[in-house]
Design a protein around this ligand. Structure first.
Ligand code: ZN
Ligand code: ZN
Length: 381
């Protein structure tokens, strides 16, 4: 890639990049260390990539998952630096595979935590509770389908989700004690870094640009399409602590929001290289992408919107029927069912807003025969 002068593997990890440490030298000569921090629960996304570089002080972008601090510290040492050299950790968004190890790092390194302005305000809450607080009849229907799912509620799946729930509880507990030193806003800058607010996968997601690169967190990933949020409504409690300019949740949640934020990254220009938080390396090779990847993800969702609309057709049908038609059976087992359903709900919400689809009171979906969503996609910015 022309954005890079050199890419050196400092420590080989496994084929998916777990425990790998690499160095990417930018065309401007800056050394960026990429550390593949394993997650101790099995995750389809693979390790979290943390990035360490000098920008008027050693800066780390993302810290890795809850329980992964030792892996992170070990990776930092393999770069030739020490944990105590780190002056600040920038968190791309408040999901446990990114900030789970940040508290321990901040403590050991005496480092500052920086994140988007919304991040600190939501620290007291489990991010998934905000999403699961159903804000529409369609979201209630989604929860009804999940609880009625016999396969998902049995044996191993239930044990797994119990383990998951325990992990989330520990995570939220730890996070409550974080001290955020700097609340970043869109277009803030620090030295050579600029910050972009890119909500949609998470309301507090930021992307960070440096030397013709953009660190995208989970906003833009190679190989996999990040999970968009469904629309959300803050509880009365959250509304009370949120300044008024954050009260329009539709600016921070949902597929349309996510697509707008993808356009923001695509508009950085084609020559900008993506440094993702997952899948930088997998199946034994690097996945170097440019901002064109953001364009491809927009295309993926455009195709999926069309496919869902086509499947809905003009005979009334159900959310469950559509979801089971779009996803393969193996992707609908256990916790995956919720993810698949919410992915479909995110698309249906957008199609409802554009008037292409109607959800009746008895939760039947019907196509209106229009394809207004295409205009929304073309007018993203
Ligand atoms: Zn995430
Ligand atoms: Zn992630």
């Amino acid at each position: 890639m022309s954005q890079f002068k050199e890419v050196v593997t400092l420590r080989a990890g496994d084929a998916d990049g777990n425990c790998m440490v690499a160095r990417v030298d930018t065309a401007q000569g800056r050394r960026i260390h990429a550390i593949g921090v394993p997650q101790d629960n099995s995750s389809r996304t693979g390790p979290t990539w943390a990035y360490l570089f000098d920008n008027g002080g050693m800066t780390l972008i993302d810290a890795g998952a809850t329980g992964s601090y030792e892996h992170l510290a070990n990776g930092v040492e393999a770069t030739g630096f020490q944990v105590r050299d780190i002056e600040r950790v920038i968190i791309t968004h408040g999901h446990q595979d990114h900030d789970g190890a940040a508290g321990q790092l901040a403590q050991e390194a005496d480092a500052e935590i920086w994140a988007h302005d919304i991040y600190a305000r939501l620290l007291q809450y489990n991010p998934w509770d905000i999403q699961r607080n159903p804000s529409s009849p369609l979201q209630k229907e989604m929860q009804r389908v999940v609880s009625a799912d016999k396969v998902g509620n049995s044996g191993e799946a239930a044990r797994q989700s119990a383990g998951y729930a325990e992990r989330q509880r520990r995570y939220v507990e730890t996070r409550r004690r974080f001290q955020v030193s700097r609340n970043l806003r869109a277009d803030d800058a620090e030295g050579e870094l600029t910050f972009l607010h890119a909500p949609g996968h998470s309301p507090d997601e930021i992307c960070v640009t440096l030397d013709g690169l953009v660190f995208t967190g989970d906003h833009v990933l190679p190989e996999i399409t990040p999970h968009p949020t469904t629309k959300a409504r803050f509880s009365a409690e959250i509304r009370k602590i949120m300044p008024e300019h954050y009260h329009n949740e539709d600016e921070y949640y949902g597929l349309a929001t996510y697509l707008r934020s993808l356009r923001l990254i695509a508009n950085l220009g084609e020559g900008v290289a993506v440094m993702p938080a997952h899948r930088l390396f997998s199946k034994g090779r690097f996945n170097f992408e440019t901002t064109r990847r953001a364009e491809d993800i927009i295309g993926h969702h455009a195709t999926r919107l069309g496919r869902i609309l086509h499947r809905v057709g003009d005979e009334p049908t159900t959310l469950e029927h559509i979801t089971r038609g779009v996803f393969a059976r193996r992707k609908l087992i256990g916790g995956n069912l919720y993810m698949a359903l919410s992915e479909i709900v995110a698309h249906i919400e957008l199609l409802e807003d554009t008037g292409d689809l109607e959800v009746s009171e008895d939760m039947r979906l019907r196509s209106m025969g229009s394809e207004n969503y295409k205009q929304l996609i073309s007018e993203l910015g």
